[in-house]
Design a protein around this ligand. Structure first.
Ligand code: BGC
Length: 389
């Protein structure tokens, strides 16, 4: 027998990108410099979304999405300290208006991992004025685009920024910091978010200012030791940052990719091309955990690297099934945004990993819609989901 699961009216369905990962041609960030230094692969032209956003948004429309999450590149907007680029403002104006023409609601991330080179040369996040620089930039952007956009997010994945850049040392600024420095960095990010929140509200009271958080489903075997370890890690990774900004946030975006089962090494599940276990039900628990903040929630990212497109359609359906269950169980979820619209620059791993609903041929820049994207389209268009019971 079939059963239809309906989503609330006005539910947002879409997919996401981030500027550095898709635009191409950004040469004045810490990541561009790391590429030139041979520490990470160079991003170069990539999918060239900067020049092709109009036709890319035609595809977004064809795929039945009613929203689109993207990020504004700080280094384009403020290429030198305190100097704002009119050309960049004009460019993003065109991006917003292309979305508007297609009736696609924008969700904008103000900072998705890459820092302007001038700021990274001054110590980046560790610079004592970082929160001020960030708030200033955010205020400038919102002031210029407040007619075009309501849904803003300040920082994408503060814990990932800290762990990859400051603990594991695999992303700029490639540090292996001590415990005190790590807390300092997290405090800087916390302050940056709060100052940005206030600065944005001072120019646009109706702006919805959120954060995009990288929570994981952290569970444990029955062993009391692993239960305690998982609880500590869960507090640290999932809650510490959110607890400290909870009075300065209007919505929470969840990026869900991982589960970790403490005390359980066997894994029988299939893995994505990233080597990450496919574990869709974890999104339910991470969404339910966020209800404690009593804020609207968006699935801001969930997706899979799957070059052969063999798991993607089912994974999307499973994620959506569990998202629906979380709504039924009381989570105030407003939208589901798949990562990613198109194949893109997967940070230190370069262009090999394929997360896209749309396949990119990096030589010709040709776009090809993957079969799974059409499966997702059916759900987006009907605002409902059919299951067999
Ligand atoms: C990030 C994306 C990234 C994706 C897959 C998220 O952590 O926001 O930029 O490409 O995960 O790794």
């Amino acid at each position: 027998m079939k059963k239809i699961l309906d989503f609330p009216d006005g539910f947002f369905w879409g997919s996401a990108t981030a500027s550095f990962q898709v635009e191409g041609g950004i040469d004045n960030t810490d990541w561009s410099q790391a590429g030139r230094d041979g520490k990470v692969p160079p991003a170069d032209a990539g999918p060239d979304h900067y020049n092709r956003f109009e036709s890319d948004f035609d595809l977004v429309k064809d795929l039945g999405h009613n929203c689109h999450r993207f990020s504004i590149e700080w280094a384009r907007i403020e290429p030198k300290e305190g100097e704002f680029s009119e050309e960049a403002v004009e460019h993003y104006k065109k991006v917003f208006s292309a979305l508007k023409q297609r009736k696609i609601t924008p969700f904008v991330t103000l900072w998705h991992f890459t820092l302007p080179l001038w700021l990274s040369e001054k110590g980046g996040v560790a610079n004592k004025n970082f929160p001020k620089y960030f708030a200033n930039y955010c205020q400038f952007v919102v002031k210029n685009f407040k007619e075009e956009c309501v849904h803003w997010a300040t920082i994408n994945e503060p814990n990932v920024v800290t762990s990859n850049g400051w603990v594991r040392g695999v992303w700029p600024p490639f540090k292996k910091a001590n415990f005190i420095e790590i807390f300092f960095v997290l405090r800087q990010l916390k302050k940056a978010h709060i100052e940005a929140y206030k600065a944005i509200k001072s120019v646009d009271l109706i702006a919805e200012v959120g954060i995009v958080k990288d929570n994981m489903y952290l569970h444990a075997s029955k062993n009391p030791f692993w239960i305690i370890v998982s609880k500590i890690f869960r507090w640290w990774w999932n809650f510490y940052f959110l607890n400290s900004i909870k009075h300065y946030v209007d919505s929470i975006g969840l990026n869900y990719y991982f589960h970790y089962h403490f005390g359980e090494r066997r894994t029988l599940r299939d893995k994505s091309d990233m080597g990450w276990e496919i574990y869709p039900e974890g999104i339910y628990y991470t969404l339910m955990e966020l209800t404690r903040y009593e804020k609207p929630i968006f699935v801001a990212e969930a997706g899979i690297a799957d070059e052969k497109d063999q798991f993607r359609a089912q994974y999307i359906k499973d994620l959506i099934y569990w998202t629906h269950k979380a709504i039924q169980d009381g989570a105030d979820i407003k939208g589901f945004i798949y990562w990613s619209l198109m194949d893109n620059f997967e940070w230190a791993l370069g262009y090999d990993k394929r997360f896209g609903l749309i396949e990119i041929d990096y030589d010709t820049k040709e776009r090809k819609i993957r079969p799974s994207a059409y499966e997702y389209k059916k759900i987006c268009q009907s605002n409902s989901f059919e299951i067999n019971i």
